[in-house]
Ligand binder design. Sequence first.
Ligand SMILES: [Zn+2]
Length: 357
Amino acid sequence: MDFFLHDDPRLPSAWAPWFSHEYITYFSAQTIAGLMALPQVPVKPNPHIGHQIWPVGPNHVDLYKENYREVRKLDPLWSFSYSERNGEFSSEPPLDKTIEPWKVLVIYSTELDLNPDSDLYLHKNQKITGGSHGWRHMQFRLLGRTFGIAPESFRLLMNFAQMALESGNDYWGWRYLSRAAHYLADLGNPFHVKALPGRLLFKYMFSSRKLVPIVSSVHQGYEVYVERRFREGFPPFREALLLGAGEGQAAKSSVSELLGSYMRQVEKRHNEIFYFFLDQFGGELINVFQKMDLESHLDAAEQTNMCSADAARVIFNKSNASALGFLDGITAEILFDVGRMMGTLFDQFSSAKNRKV
Ligand SMILES: [Zn+2]
């Protein structure tokens, strides 16, 4: 089986274009035979598990992609908004429909980068992560303090998934697990576990006007690069995830126990990637992100997304093609580690399910 997600005939094109989280989840899932073989589950209404301790952003609406109507054909290479797909989806659960658990894991893996974590007040320091969304999706140390709660986000959603499965709402069990896997993948991204190299912090300590476009351009530039490679069907990324997930499945270890070393491992790769972006694309890329308005009411992630197309033009300019080899190599190593964690997680849940059925 040699699909790259966007060419998989089991998935309707109404769900495309596809984004990095979906590719990561898709390749990791393909390796887990016990997950791929699980029978379809009926769509059910949201049981709102844990909504008191884990509020959902006020502007979020659960969309049910099982009920779709294809209305357009977007160009995947130039699509940067998670909410714009080829299809339109229902906000009511289509209770007559069923779906395979692995598909639930894939198609809901970008949901968390829309509204569920945005527009909340979670902590007085959340501005440094760009708002409540970043607060739940990152965790890094800066000047002796810790910012963001992504490991906690992951553990909670994993528990919600377990509770939903135990209560008989398998559909939402897998959908919560998809959200947990999103946080887990974020924790394997260098820019979610470290904000900036120490040297840079001291240089720009008193000038956030200068610092924000630099940090944003490198972080978002890296995301744009990874996503483009997935959409091109870049074999090394696929191989890395398949291999990693296979190893995770075989190891039968506990994701929670591996979490700390997983984060430390990718944190070590941060500076290299950061300085590569500064040296290779420098001013040209930073200029793209000068458009960001620090005082805007918009979520930081939403603002950086608006700069993605221009960032892609800089990074994938022909003159940079040979330099990208460095990023290709280090990213394949990163994705192997991400795949291993995802494989461990998916195997844990599908094995438990298979013991029961
Ligand atoms: Zn995220």
